[in-house]
Design a protein around this ligand. Structure first.
Ligand code: FAD
Length: 310
């Protein structure tokens, strides 16, 4: 069995692997796609000490460092069931979609999350070419430009307020008849002079030319009229979904499906830890996921050294 089995190979899983392997114990990483979300990222400009890199380069660097420590990387492997230890100090099992079952004395869950898509024409075509999902990451790329934010919940309204301080103009598009965000955020948004809010607005298409976004089309759900706005960027803010469906009923999840962890990365299952975007950690970012992965690995090691000698 592994001493530490990490499920998920993004920044959280990679950091956990490096920290665990440096303790001289047996470590494995099973990942559906090693590298995780950073594979889909164009420019990364906020990983401390690295002025600028791109996603594929960052993912390759994660993998190289993990391999350097002799970690067993099982790529293209999807976990679909976690079986907690049957007795204290017993082995935890992770069942894979291919039928294999991996056993470990401790497990770190770092399966990340995915942004919910609006699924309109143009979204996939212009992803990273004007269509963005993370205002902390990509906001500065739109300095002085016009953008739309799709989604009037807390994340959409927060994004619009954030972006209004960077870009020339923000149009917030909400499908429902009112913004769902906290009243204090809505009041703040409404006070900004470079923000326009459209409710009852159904995004129908993200338009573009020459490989970049040039506008957004929506239908006014009250009048039925089709409208078009010219702009350079669209931030989709309709939810971040944790990849935890396979853990329902086994590990405690928040109402958003995030794995509930404490400050040390413990879940409610003994010997099972979690880190990164799949957890209740506030703020979903690479540097935060990497820090959380390190925390979870140190906690897993702490757990292992406290097991009675067999
Ligand atoms: P992820 O990166 O999501 O990795 C999850 C891992 O788990 C993957 O290996 C995945 O294949 C695997 N996995 C999922 N389910 C299973 C399963 N059932 N079995 C096995 N493996 C599984 N953050 C920044 O700090 N700066 C940026 O500039 C930035 N730009 C971004 C741009 C885009 C387009 C996106 C989508 C995100 C961006 N982010 C950025 C956010 C950042 O990528 C995430 O916060 C970070 O990757 C989270 O790391 P993680 O390890 O928790 O999860």
């Amino acid at each position: 069995p592994f001493d530490v089995l990490i499920v998920g190979g993004g920044p959280a899983g990679a950091a956990a692997a490096v920290y665990a392997a440096r303790k001289g114990i047996r470590v494995g990483v099973a990942a559906e796609r090693f590298g995780g979300q950073v594979n889909d990222t164009l420019a990364i400009e906020n990983y401390i000490s690295v002025l600028e890199t791109d996603g594929p380069k960052f993912a390759a660097a994660l993998e190289a460092q993990v391999r350097h420590y002799g970690v067993d990387i099982m790529n293209l492997q999807r976990a679909d069931k976690l079986v907690p230890a049957s007795e204290p100090g017993g082995l935890v099992e992770v069942h894979m979609a291919n039928g294999a079952a991996l056993k470990a004395r401790s497990v770190i869950l770092s399966t990340g999350a995915r942004w919910r898509n609006v699924n309109v024409p143009g979204e996939a075509e212009y992803r990273n070419k004007g269509v963005a999902y993370c205002p902390h990451c990509d906001g500065p790329l739109f300095k002085g430009k016009r953008v739309a934010v799709i989604g009037g919940g807390n994340s959409g309204v927060e994004a619009a307020i954030d972006l209004a301080g960077i870009v020339e103009h923000v149009t917030l598009i909400e499908f429902a008849d009112a913004l769902k965000a906290d009243a204090v955020l809505v009041r703040k948004l409404e006070s900004l002079t470079n923000v326009t809010i459209h409710v009852n607005a159904q995004t129908t298409e993200i338009t573009g030319a020459n490989g970049t976004v040039n506008g957004l089309s929506y239908k006014d759900r009250v009048s039925g009229e089709a409208r078009h706005i010219e702009l350079e960027g669209v931030f989709v803010q309709i939810g971040l979904v944790p990849n935890t469906e396979w853990l329902k009923g086994t590990v405690e999840l928040s109402r958003f499906g995030e794995i509930v962890i404490d400050a040390k990365g413990h879940t409610n299952v003994p010997g099972v830890f979690a880190a990164g975007d799949c957890t209740t950690v506030p703020y979903k970012q690479i540097v935060i996921a990497a820090g959380a992965g390190s925390t979870a690995a140190l906690s897993a090691f702490d757990h292992l050294i406290r097991q009675p000698v067999a």
